[in-house]
Design a protein around this ligand. Structure first.
Ligand code: PAZ
Length: 345
């Protein structure tokens, strides 16, 4: 049927147009220093809920003062284009890495603070949300009651038990963000709140954080209007300050810090991961490629050759999560970190 519909005239982008669509002449942006921190946080207001969120975190930290606590960041930050936001820039991350990793940390005795993009995947419920199956497909009706379909019983019972244990033992704290600004304010406030844990605090920064944003003083209040005449929308975005060095040096001294590096070009993954490690002076960069992130990652750490973690074809076919290999490898490093810093685990 579609063959009767005349195809619209197409126009191929020339290589030149594609290359110039984004201005890439901006030089490598240096790590943020104290003045950048003041400039950003003094000029971009904190979210209204931050204070009450942080008092919940203080309680959690008090409760777990002798435990290992991991802050997992997960999902993508948005960049609003209007203050009363209709449109925003987003990215692909659904939070699979973060939510899956959180489960393995919990299984291995960590308390988890899960700083996640609102409505992205969550530990445990991820098995039944966002899937091609609607959650109702896991149910059936029996004698006028809703019950779980027998073919999902075993797996759901195991997930449910783990979820309930995490809840009963107060091991999981869920904190949402949406915008890049909410994320940055929350990350800074959280880091400072985790300081009493010293080296028992672990930062596992898997969120996909925006690189460019519209600062508060330039953001229009209302919805951007399209004008007759097919005008282009030209966006003028500032670079988001690179706060990782501030986090390492000032916000969370003593904690072990792991960041992720995502690339799409395999030829630059290792060099970019190494570059991030050297620029921010933290303990570990986990490199991954968009295309293969669920089956292989590379650990890049100081004074050591790159170390690949890969699922075998058999593990892949059996549905093993790569995070079940990543988390134990991190825990071993965290144990050494705690010992070397003279802090009891
Ligand atoms: O959410 P997801 O599981 O699909 O993706 C995870 C990821 C690729 C966003 C994460 O592993 C990662 O690399 N985060 C850092 C991204 C960055 O370089 O900013």
């Amino acid at each position: 049927m579609d063959s009767h519909i005349p195809s619209p005239p197409t126009r191929r982008l020339s290589t030149g147009e594609r290359e110039n669509a984004i201005d890439r002449t901006i030089p490598l942006f240096p790590p943020a220093v104290e003045i950048d921190e003041h400039n950003y946080f003094d000029n971009n207001d904190p979210p209204e809920y931050l204070e009450s969120m942080i008092s919940g975190v203080q309680e959690f930290v008090k409760f777990h003062k002798y435990n290992r606590v991991v802050l997992v960041t997960s999902g993508g930050t948005t960049v609003p284009l209007e203050n009363q936001t209709v449109r925003f820039i987003d990215n692909f991350s659904a939070g699979t890495r973060g939510a899956t990793s959180a489960e393995y940390f919990l299984e291995n005795g960590y308390a988890v603070i899960f700083l996640h993009r609102q409505f992205s995947l969550l530990p445990y419920s991820r098995h039944y949300s966002h899937s091609t199956n609607c959650f109702l497909d896991f149910m059936e009706e029996k004698n006028g009651k809703v019950v779980v379909d027998p073919k999902y019983q075993e797996e759901m019972l195991s997930v449910l038990r783990k979820y309930q244990t995490a809840k009963e033992q107060n091991l999981l704290l869920l904190l949402p963000f949406t915008t890049i600004n909410q994320y940055l304010h929350t990350l800074r406030a959280l880091s400072v709140t985790l300081q009493p844990l010293k080296s028992r605090a672990l930062f596992y920064l898997a969120a996909a954080v925006s690189d460019f944003f519209v600062p508060l003083h330039r953001i229009p209040e209302h919805k951007i209007q399209s004008k007759a005449g097919g005008n282009k929308l030209l966006m003028n975005l500032d670079p988001v300050p690179k706060f990782l060095h501030r986090l390492v040096e000032k916000w969370a001294p003593g904690a072990m810090i792991i960041s992720f590096k995502l690339e799409t070009d395999s030829s630059i993954l290792l060099s970019k991961s190494r570059q991030a490690l050297e620029r921010y002076s933290h303990q570990l960069v986990i490199g991954n490629l968009l295309q293969t992130r669920k089956t292989e990652v590379v650990f890049v750490e100081p004074d050591a050759p790159a170390h690949w973690i890969r699922l075998t074809p058999a593990q892949e076919a059996a549905g093993i999560d790569i995070e079940s290999l990543i988390i134990p490898a991190i825990m071993r490093r965290h144990t050494v970190w705690i010992k070397e810093s003279g802090n009891s685990a």
